[in-house]
Design a protein around this ligand. Structure first.
Ligand SMILES: CC(=O)N[C@@H](Cc1ccc2ccccc2c1)C(=O)O
Ligand SMILES: [Mg+2]
Length: 367
């Protein structure tokens, strides 16, 4: 394929309810979308970065800048471009994995649409539907949390994940366990704890959690390995796992026993599959994380979550977990599962009038 150019769009989509984590509260999702135009087909990509560099060092404005200034122009030098050429072409530029992932995703979508192949098939999907969990933010009170959890269980979610932080951890977990019994339950700290908190985090052990996600800093593999020796709840890493090599190192160090795979965090769906393969080779279960994606990223994540090693329900929630109106035809939860798209590429495209209603900026970058 030959790329003629890329349209960068910033969209602002209000969340159905504020989503509070240990690193802040979101009420509107500002996302960067890419539309790659080639001589054979068009493709869509979505960048998972947030408005501010709070989840990781990337943020929407910076991603748009590095894409228009360096990453998109770098594709000009690639003659017969396909998705596998993108990461090597972008390798000279350090970091910016979410920006790179969005560009690779859009090229992959165009590549697959041109060939009439769906993403699930291209990645190695073995299932037609994927089991879904839901990420529940920090709430004003325990009763409000219990109401939120009751609503999600009623909707059919198969696994509940509670955001925690110092001061909001043992009590919420205890309350959910007491009210809802032995549901599949896990927690996510988004790096909010320190190595000295091991004794406190061990207080979560009696609640038989599936996992404790990213308790310590993203660059503290050793700290997670030490913590793993002092608590019984399995540690899962998210922010720390930025590549297949990082996954291999984390497993070798005993820093985690489960991995949350997020294609944006690791530079794309092709690297995400490599992480899946590394973990499968070590007998380590993985699940698909979420970055409050629109239906574009959601479609791609559901396809990835259908690979054999995705043994735990992911944060691949339905569109209405976050949005009243998704920019693509919405994903609906059916018996706790989402259906894997089967039409070429991502299998979904934005609904033009909905997309235009939430678009705040549009930039064309010629190649
Ligand atoms: C579903 C879930 O919990 N996702 C992330 C945290 C997160 C939460 C909110 C976000 C908002 C904008 C961009 C990225 C975001 C990431 C996580 O697993 O750690
Ligand atoms: Mg996480």
């Amino acid at each position: 394929m030959k790329v003629t150019g890329v349209e960068l769009r910033t969209v602002k989509v209000p969340l159905v309810s504020p989503f509070r984590t240990s690193f802040g509260t979101e009420t509107v999702r500002e996302a960067l979308l890419l539309r790659v135009v080639t001589d054979e087909a068009e493709g869509w990509g979505e960048c998972g970065a947030g408005t501010a560099p709070r989840y990781s060092s990337e943020y929407t404005h910076a991603a748009a800048d590095v894409l228009s200034r360096f990453l998109v122009p770098a594709l000009a030098g690639v003659p017969n471009l396909d998705a596998h050429q993108v990461a090597p072409a972008l390798a000279p530029f350090k970091g910016h994995r979410m920006a790179k992932a969005a560009l690779e995703m859009a090229v992959l979508d165009a590549d697959l649409r041109a060939r009439g192949v769906c993403l699930g098939h291209a990645l190695g999907a073995v299932r037609d539907t994927v089991p879904c969990g839901v990420s529940v933010g920090i709430t004003e009170s325990i009763p409000a949390l219990l109401d939120a959890v009751a609503g999600y269980l009623e909707a059919g979610y198969l696994r509940i994940k509670l955001k925690i932080e110092p001061g909001w951890d043992v009590e919420p977990v205890r309350a959910v366990r007491e009210r809802f019994g032995d549901i599949m339950l896990q927690v996510d700290a988004n790096t909010a704890y320190r190595r000295g908190d091991a004794r406190h985090l061990a207080r979560l052990d009696p609640f038989d959690l599936l996992l404790l996600e990213q308790p310590l800093a993203e660059d503290d593999l050793l700290g997670h390995a030490e913590l793993a020796a002092r608590i019984t709840t399995p540690i899962c890493l998210d922010e720390s796992i930025v590549s297949a090599r990082a996954a291999a190192d984390a497993l070798a160090l005993g820093a985690c026993r489960v991995v949350n795979i997020k294609p944006g965090r690791v530079g794309g769906y092709l690297e995400a599959r490599r992480i899946h393969d590394v973990c499968a080779a070590h007998g380590v279960p993985v699940w698909c994380g979420g970055m409050l994606e629109t239906g574009l990223g959601r479609a791609a994540n559901v396809a990835l979550a259908a690979l054999p090693g995705f043994l735990l329900p992911g944060d691949t929630s339905a569109s209405d977990r976050y949005y009243r109106t998704d920019i693509t035809p919405p994903f609906h939860l059916v018996d706790g599962h989402l259906a894997v798209p089967t039409t070429p590429g991502l299998g979904v495209t934005p609904i033009p009038e909905v997309l235009d209603a939430v678009t705040t900026t549009k930039t064309w970058v010629s190649v």
